[in-house]
Design a binder for this molecule. Structure first.
Ligand SMILES: *Cc1c(COP(=O)(O)O)cnc(C)c1O
Length: 430
């Protein structure tokens, strides 16, 4: 970090922009994916699934190949592909045997689908607070939210850093709960030397266009449990039509879907998975360089990576000390954006504050499931139940969408320069 104070006029006040040209957009797709997709298209068999009990119940050769490759890469017994990670989350909640009215503890800092998947089985999402370092579920808050009706925990590895799995699994063990992990943003990372996403009963990753690797839309479920794996495959492919032919006796949560991922997507996924480590490494390099550039700035906290963990930096998460800075977050973002830094966001999410939870209207218009007998207590979604998450969202959290661009060292240096210029002239923003 340079020690000279930058006194050039801020772009916000008409000075020159620090970042003159747009960074290269992130694109994980190359000639390998084109060739792989072409071969499948030319074969004419774009999906081989059959929604009845037959060898094709498990999908075609690319589905099989991609799933076996995922099993090897993630080091799990079973990988099950699905047509989106939202579908994967729904299948996961069903497969662990959730009953209507069961409570599942979930983080408010996630994409809405993590919580909606719970409601999908008429179970009740209960929001626990997050820890300020990684923005993931705070184990103490999880424990405080356990009731006699709690059946599971849905942890999310938000922004690319694993949740505190040792603590969460210990809580689950003590209370007899199942655990699902949503690692949509964290494939290719490690938690205490273990593969993020594989430490719960069921976990998985998103393959949508915006994630580290993608197949357009798609998802990968992972589990080491044979029964959960088979249940996931049933829910993926019309369970109710398959169970009698298959001879299944366990008929819990037998509402099935078409959550199947096609042959083209799986052929692309096979190539994408080979590149995942490289993509994650390049984001880690950019993030570590950026953290070096920014770490001396007063009132700015760069991302924290816990001991023996790695971060995929889907988002590069920062925290502002607005009181110390004496300037509001929105004013700082305005100044940084004027310098050409794009992809900044003030706050993230507080899922519990969405209208669906505030008004408790999910299915129909009469408040189901909360107003029905299956919901056995009054569950609160009022503002104030997750004070850490709410304060970060409302005032102090500053995200940088690292996933949007392929950042070179020079790009990172320019971002660092833009931040330092704004910080050097913070007085002028007051
Ligand atoms: C992207 C994302 C999802 C949803 O994945 P889709 O593949 O788009 O359905 C769920 N949870 C988190 C944390 C995500 O980032």
């Amino acid at each position: 970090m340079s020690n000279t104070v930058n006194t050039e006029k801020l772009a916000l006040f008409g000075g020159g922009k620090t970042i003159q040209t747009a960074f290269k957009a992130y694109n994980s797709i190359g000639i390998e994916e084109v060739e792989a997709a072409k071969q499948v298209v030319e074969s004419g068999v774009l999906s081989k699934f059959l929604g009845c009990w037959s060898p094709d119940f498990y999908g075609g050769s690319k589905v099989q190949e991609f799933e076996r490759q995922c099993e090897a890469y993630f080091g799990v017994k079973h990988a099950v592909t699905v047509n989106s990670w939202t579908s994967g989350l729904i299948a996961a909640v069903g497969a662990i045997g959730i009953e209507p009215g069961d409570e599942v503890i979930v983080t408010p800092w996630t994409m809405c689908a993590s919580a909606t998947a719970i409601l999908h089985w008429n179970a009740i999402p209960v929001f626990a607070d997050i820890e300020p370092e990684t923005f993931n579920l705070d184990p103490a808050s999880v424990e405080a939210n356990i009731t006699p009706y709690t059946k599971a925990i849905m942890a999310v590895d938000i922004f690319g850093h694993s949740a505190d799995m040792d603590a969460l699994m210990a809580i689950a063990e003590r209370h007899g709960l199942k655990v699902i992990t949503d690692s949509a943003q964290a494939p290719g990372t490690y938690y205490k030397g273990k593969v993020t996403g594989t430490l719960a009963d069921v976990g998985g990753y998103s393959l949508n266009y915006h994630k580290h690797i993608h197949t357009g839309e798609g998802g990968i479920l992972v589990t080491n449990d044979d029964e959960f794996a088979e249940h996931l495959r049933l829910i993926r492919n019309h369970a109710e039509a398959v169970v009698s032919g298959k001879g299944s006796t366990d008929l819990r949560n037998m509402v099935g879907y078409n959550f199947r991922l096609g042959e083209v997507e799986c052929a692309i996924g096979i190539e994408q998975l080979k590149k995942l480590d490289g993509f994650v490494a390049s984001r880690q390099r950019a993030a570590e360089r950026l953290s070096k550039e920014l770490s001396g700035l007063p009132g700015l906290r760069v991302p924290i990576v816990k001991k023996d963990c790695t971060h995929a930096y889907y988002v590069y998460p920062m925290v502002l000390d607005s009181e110390r800075l004496g300037v509001s977050r929105s004013r700082i973002i305005e100044a940084l954006e004027a310098e050409g830094v794009i992809g900044l966001s003030a706050g993230y999410m507080n899922i519990h504050l969405l209208p669906m939870y505030q008004q408790k209207i999910a299915y129909g218009s009469k408040g189901f499931p909360w107003s029905s007998d299956i919901c056995r207590r009054e569950v609160s979604y009022r503002k104030g139940i997750c004070p850490v998450a709410e304060r970060l969202h409302d005032f102090t959290y500053l995200g940088f969408a690292m996933c949007m661009h392929e950042l070179t060292d020079d790009d990172v240096d320019l971002i660092g320069r833009a931040f330092r210029k704004v910080w050097d002239q913070m007085e002028g923003l007051k």
